[in-house]
Design a protein around this ligand. Structure first.
Ligand code: SAM
Length: 305
């Protein structure tokens, strides 16, 4: 019987690839030196890959500096972070609404990692929103208290155990990160989709354009690098974006991501379909049985999650 392996996740994050990780891991070659996630958010793919031994080292990057400071805390000071979260979670109960707003103001003034963790735990589905000035302005789900401290501590320590000591962190534009990639590495990219909150221009997000992303991929192709990119997405007949240019010669796969929560709320039965593009160099690397041999088992384990 298969061992059920629960993958820890550090915080809820909108657009997390946790739910479809097994479809993405299915295209991992067997010899990945460093898995690079230049748009990491909550790092769902790196965590799943680390849990299953699919890469030796990891590089997590996101343009959002406070988010990467939170990652640093998880990897360097997990116990302190867990305690700070527990203190906030416990103190909130007299007036959850007012407490959330107070922490949001403090976060906007000081950018402390445990404040961000508390905010992420309290907002609906980790849907981060910033104003044009770069102020965190999402409101709380006041019907819920956020993840219990004991459970949060388990997630934080679990992530720490998987990634500490073999992970590089940075908070720069994705192009600076992929410029350092080597042929033995694998790059997984999940840029902000066209038309979502992440593409809005503000201090933490430059609103990456379609053309800029396509230009960057062309350079990666010229360098013969292995990469996968999640881009666009489709719910039923409604397309959320334009497919990447044919001139990049990418293999375009469609992943069924189940029903979107928005569609379910509206009684809509349409399926969300996500695009996954695979670079020519990675397709070559996967030929002749070079796919990771643990993949079928991993897919089943992740499906059980
Ligand atoms: C769709 S989310 C990634 C979600 C992630 N796959 C997960 O599992 O949580 C896109 C991320 O890209 C980041 N981002 C936006 N523009 C960027 C850029 N130019 N360079 C690096 N990161 C960027 C955003 O801050 C956001 O966290």
């Amino acid at each position: 019987m298969l061992q059920h392996m629960a993958i820890p996740h550090p915080f809820p994050y909108q657009g997390s690839k946790r739910g479809i990780a097994r479809h993405i891991l299915a295209h991992f070659p067997r010899d990945v030196d460093c898995l690079i996630e230049p748009f990491c958010g909550s790092g769902a793919i790196s965590l799943a890959a680390a849990a299953h031994g699919l890469a030796k080292r990891f590089w997590l990057n996101d343009l959002n500096e406070p988010l990467m400071a939170l990652w640093e805390e998880i990897l360097q000071r997990p116990n302190e972070l867990s305690k700070n979260y527990e203190r906030l979670w416990t103190e909130q109960h007299l007036d959850k609404r007012a407490f959330f707003l107070g922490i949001r103001d403090k976060f906007n003034a000081e950018h402390r990692p445990h404040h961000l963790l508390y905010l992420l735990a309290r907002i609906v589905k980790g849907s981060v929103r910033y104003s044009a000035e770069g102020l965190f302005n999402q409101s709380a789900d006041n019907r819920r208290s956020g993840m219990r401290p004991i459970l949060m501590q388990r997630q934080i320590l679990g992530v720490h155990a998987l990634l500490a000591g073999r992970t590089t962190l940075s908070a720069v534009d994705f192009r600076k990160v992929v410029a350092e990639a080597a042929k033995e590495d694998l790059i997984y990219m999940d840029p902000p989709y066209q038309g979502t909150s992440f593409t809005r221009d503000h201090r933490y997000c430059s609103g990456l354009s379609y053309a800029e992303f396509a230009d960057a991929l062309e350079i990666l192709n010229d360098r013969g690098l292995s990469y996968m990119a999640s881009y666009d997405g489709k719910t039923g007949e409604k397309s959320h974006g334009k497919p990447l240019p044919r001139s990049l010669s990418l293999t375009h796969l469609h992943i069924s991501a189940g029903r979107s929560s928005q569609a379910t709320l509206l009684g809509d039965k349409s399926e969300t379909v996500e695009s996954l593009y695979i670079s020519p160099a990675l397709v070559e690397r996967l030929k002749d049985g070079q796919r990771h041999d643990k993949i079928p088992q991993i897919q089943q384990e992740l499906a059980l999650e």
